[in-house]
Design a protein around this ligand. Sequence first.
Ligand SMILES: Cc1ncc(COP(=O)(O)O)c(C=O)c1O
Length: 380
Amino acid sequence: MTDMIPFIDLGAQRDRLRSRLDAAIGQVLDSGAFILGPQVRELEARLADLAKAPHGLACANGTDAIVLPLLSMGIGRGDAVFVPSFTFAASAEVVPWTRATPVFVDVDPVTYNMDPESLKAAIEMVKAEGKLRPACVIAVDLFGQMANYPAIREICDQHGMKLIADAAQAYGATLNGKSAIEWADALTISFYPAKPLGCYGDGGAVLVKDAKVRDLIKSYQVHGEGRERYEYARIGLNSRLDTLQAAILLVKLDAFAEELVLRQKAADAYQKGIGNAVKTPKLAEGATCTWAQYTVEVDDRDGFRAFLAERGVPTAVYYPIPLHMQAPYADFPVAPGGLPVTMKVCDRVVSLPMHADIRGEDQQRVIDAIQAYAAERAAA
Ligand SMILES: Cc1ncc(COP(=O)(O)O)c(C=O)c1O
């Protein structure tokens, strides 16, 4: 059996940052300030600064990062929240937590992000039915590329709706030089270890524009605390980021800009090496990408994956089953005409090894395997 190359190599990053990470972790252990230590506030300020957001708040994970602004913006029973079906469960599961209803929207076949036309049709459908109030959009920046925020913001404004950017995979991405918070009311981040900016456990953050929403999030994330300690103004949850994770993230944030450049270089090398052998990803005009995943499309995904695996190349499928086709979500509404693009891409997408430390020789192995696959299929 051929040795597998790593799909993602957190060990290489650990080696690169070892002494700084060890020092940062040691400092927290010595300080004893495990909850809400000064590193948490420093991280929040830096995350907000980098995206030019007025306020940043760290929390326990990227899922809570979405539910906290939903709660704080008053989304609840009777509200429709529009969300893609081609995404990770977290983007949609938070909606029923608030007692609102997710309405699934189709995606664009090139960027895999929310299709503004499908969104418009879904809003009209909800309005015509008259049962729910169109209240919010959760757009997802899949694989590291921002959704079409200028178009989605315009639609939200027309209908008086809030907009949340689920940037779990895409913190650091830009469109025309701007972060999604330029258009969104809230931008949410996941620090899950495999994310482009990952910590060593669970972690998340939310950036917001409105100071009132910020204050409400601060309350919701500490059990709904009111003005006094142990006095509760609302029903909340426990969602803080550990000081240890904040200290780790501060070290990783120092290296982040450089890592994004390395990821872009790796994406360029794939694009050049793969050419037209399979369908490679495309960025919208003016977009930069964090390349959380490098995702190609193929007709015969099982055959492709087996062929690459035999040559020591691991692959992964994000996501094989759209959310609206899964049992817990099956009764929620979908945009008129169903979600044909979502259904198609779920059968075709496959992600290749991608991380900032990927070695040229490993990438060449991926490229060679894909070229060999394409040559074999062309000959068949
Ligand atoms: C698109 C998307 N949204 C939300 C999340 C949730 O983040 P977390 O796992 O940190 O809760 C993730 C990642 O896991 C994700 O990929």
